[in-house]
Design a protein around this ligand. Structure first.
Ligand code: MG
Length: 340
């Protein structure tokens, strides 16, 4: 018996009957021989961690554009915090931690530079539309590649969890047909929200965009006064509210979490000091998109001819870090000083 088979056997013995053991995976688009030491989901987690798109997350905006302060979150630290929270919940519910971690590490790979501002612009300029969750799936299925071919060839369950992590309104997914097929995927979807609600408020306090006294009082009374207390209350509320095949939150905690989320969308994200830079970033990306259609770069010309030039241009723009986009824009549109 290989170590991987022993690990699979342990999953069968110890995980919840509602969990997704690696041996029950629906498999990969291109079948591969199993590894002796790692389960299919462990391999997926490792493939995502070693992908170039994962490393680029460190220079992509979470909320604050290209922050100079070292303590503000980036898309990478958001991803790591979401993965830690999701693993805690998965472990407590006896779900598959490896599958949970793989989905969490991959969920935001398709995010554009400049956060949701980039997503809004690409969705406007590109006819078929742009949704970051779908772009994350495109990154792992097509844009990243290994020596075996295009894409990371991940398991069905990891791809499904990445595709279905976005929730629209609220913390919990309201529509059944938009949920991930595994409980692990549904846990990531909620923990993504727990992570961003907690750390975006923490960053907004650090930036003095809001004061602690601005936070909705009833929500703070339920969730706690500090970031760590609030994460803990939400995580415990999620663990205690979930049962059998239902991932849910204790109602009082859910209400308080949704109220903090509404506060972020109503009072923090639209605030003038964030928005001033966001509208510049939007104009920059829009200009770059139309410039690239007329002057495609080598990256765009080399990309798969199966895709339209517009599609390849969107892929190129979405892949950029904030700084890469700023540098390219400056090279194309700003006059350079004369180098003596
Ligand atoms: Mg996220």
């Amino acid at each position: 018996m290989t170590l991987r088979e022993q690990l699979e056997e342990r999953e069968r013995r110890t995980l919840s009957p509602h969990a997704t053991p690696a041996c029950s995976s629906r498999g990969r688009a291109r079948p591969e021989a199993e590894h002796d030491y790692r389960t299919a989901f462990q391999r997926d987690r490792d493939r995502i961690l070693h992908a170039k798109a994962f490393r680029r997350l460190k220079r992509k905006t979470q909320v604050f554009l290209a922050p100079e302060g070292d303590h503000y979150r980036t898309r990478l630290t958001h991803t790591l915090e979401a993965a830690q929270i999701a693993r805690t919940v998965a472990r407590a519910l006896f779900l598959n931690e490896d599958l949970t971690e793989a989905i969490a590490l991959g969920h935001d790979l398709g995010h554009t530079p400049f956060g949701h501002a980039g997503e809004v612009v690409l969705n406007e300029v590109y006819g078929p539309g742009f949704i970051h969750a779908e772009q994350s799936l495109r990154v792992v299925e097509r844009l990243e590649s290994t020596r075996r071919g295009p894409g990371l060839n991940l398991t069905y369950e990891v791809c499904d969890g990445i595709r279905h992590h976005s929730k629209g309104e609220g913390v919990l997914m309201s529509r059944d047909d938009e949920r991930a097929c595994t409980l692990e995927g549904r846990v990531v979807s909620v923990c993504d929200a727990i992570a961003y609600i907690s750390h975006d408020i923490d960053d907004a306090l650090r930036a003095r965009i809001i004061l602690p006294s601005d936070l909705p009082k009833t929500a703070v009374a339920v969730l706690g006064d500090t970031t760590s207390e609030r994460i803990n209350t939400m995580v415990v509320g999620l663990i205690e509210g979930s049962k059998d095949r239902v991932i849910a939150m204790v109602p009082e905690v859910l209400d308080a979490t949704n109220s903090l989320r509404s506060f972020l969308y109503g009072c923090v994200y639209p605030c003038a000091s964030i928005n001033k830079e966001i509208s510049k970033a939007k104009r920059l990306l829009r200009d770059m998109y139309f410039h690239l259609l007329d002057h495609p770069t080598d990256e765009i010309l080399r990309a798969s001819a199966e895709d339209s030039v517009e599609r390849r241009t969107v892929d190129f723009l979405a892949s950029m870090t904030d700084q890469y986009a700023l540098n390219l824009y400056a090279r194309w549109f700003l006059p350079a000083g004369w180098q003596v």
